[in-house]
Design a protein. Structure first.
Length: 378
């Protein structure tokens, strides 16, 4: 009977627990979380505002329901301060020491904090969990002018959501385009144009350096010296894998907790999954990689050895004002873009001349199924 301890009750932790339970009726599953253990859809955080959904409405299943569904022990409001890999124990903040047999780190990632100056720097919000969203919801209140730091995936989704909710939005990013790590030039240009048409104002090649409080809100000063008054500042510059516990336990860490294709760390009794894990050199903070990895890890934890092989995994960017689907290419090659009045279709061709990724914007997102089939060799 396997005994499995999972740190974290986000998408990765709960998905893994579900996959384990599908495979084993008698596995002993313990989940440990620093929050209240509610299950919710994290991707909804960047789209809930325009839908009028409160933090309370986003709570899908309370902890008691998850305990019953998973037939698992869930320790809420419990903080692990140290992993003793040699003794296979967890030290808790309240002084308890818990043993483990197999341990899975599903501790997620933390928002990157920019080195901002000024007495308003500590007031910058980030939304990385349900509690963050509740604070954002409260602070937003009647605010109309919102500055958004970062024009990546989450930044663009929040810009879309805020503008649809009736706010004015100013987006700052040092990059020259939105979704700079995902989209080729013409696709990014179309996304920018559509969001700007809806009212979003982008400031590329510039970033906020100072934030000072004013009687009405905040005054921002950019690196280029521009000043702007806003009611609220939201940072969406990205996430960094939480590797603190792993590093202190002597596990190998890089951009994330280093794991092999079985999701095992450099300790044979410890595994990692989700936003905190660097799987064979890749950190993929998206839903589909987590779901695929959870199925493989559940097999490995319950006695069936499997190696993770990612299928093509399109990312649906939740910018309803301009739909975007991206299947990031795995390596070098060339983008070939086709621009029409209604959309942009970009195919990424690798050095062998084969399709290995795509980016679709606007009406071109209708090509998703056909391109995915081609990627899969159909």
């Amino acid at each position: 009977m396997p005994s499995i301890t999972i740190l974290g009750t986000g998408l990765a932790g709960y998905t893994l627990a579900r996959e384990i339970r599908k495979r084993s009726n008698d596995a002993q599953i313990t989940l440990i979380t620093h929050d209240d253990g509610v299950f919710y859809s994290k991707p909804m955080l960047s789209t809930a505002l325009a839908q009028g959904k409160s933090a309370q409405a986003l709570r899908n299943t309370e902890c008691a329901g998850m305990r019953e569904e998973l037939r698992a022990e869930i320790l809420t409001h419990t903080v692990v301060t140290r992993i003793d890999a040699a003794a296979r124990t967890l030290a808790l903040k309240d002084g308890r020491v818990l043993p483990y047999e197999k341990l899975v780190l599903a501790v997620g990632a933390q928002p990157i904090r920019l080195p901002l100056q000024g007495d308003g720097a500590s007031e910058v919000l980030s939304v990385n969990n349900l509690d963050d969203y509740a604070q954002f919801e409260t602070r937003l209140g009647s605010a109309q002018r919102v500055a958004l730091l970062g024009a990546g995936l989450i930044g663009c989704e929040f810009a879309n959501d805020l503008i649809k909710s009736g706010r004015s939005v100013e987006v700052f990013d040092l990059a020259p385009q939105p979704l700079g790590r995902l989209l080729p030039a013409a696709a990014a240009t179309r996304l920018r144009a559509q969001l700007e048409h809806a009212g979003v104002r982008f400031h590329f090649g510039d970033s906020i350096s100072e934030i000072h409080k004013t009687p009405a809100g905040f005054r921002l000063t950019t690196q280029q010296g521009t000043q702007l008054d806003v009611d609220l500042v939201l940072s969406a510059v990205g996430l960094r894998s939480d590797t603190t516990l792993a590093a202190s336990a002597g596990l190998a860490v890089n951009r994330g907790i280093v794991v092999d294709d079985t999701l095992q760390t450099t300790d044979p009794h410890i595994y990692a999954l989700g936003d905190c894990a660097e799987v064979c050199g890749q950190v993929l903070p998206y839903v589909m990689p987590i779901m695929n990895a959870a199925r493989v890890l559940a097999a490995n934890l319950t006695g069936e050895r499997q190696a993770l092989r990612y299928p093509p995994m399109p990312v649906m960017v939740k910018t309803s004002l301009c739909p975007v689907v991206v299947c990031p290419p795995p390596g070098a090659g060339e983008w070939v873009e086709t621009v029409t009045d209604t959309g942009v279709s970009a195919r990424h061709v690798n050095t062998a001349g084969r399709l290995d990724g795509f980016a679709l914007v606007g009406a071109a997102t209708a090509e998703r199924a056909a391109l995915l089939k081609e990627l899969q060799g159909g």
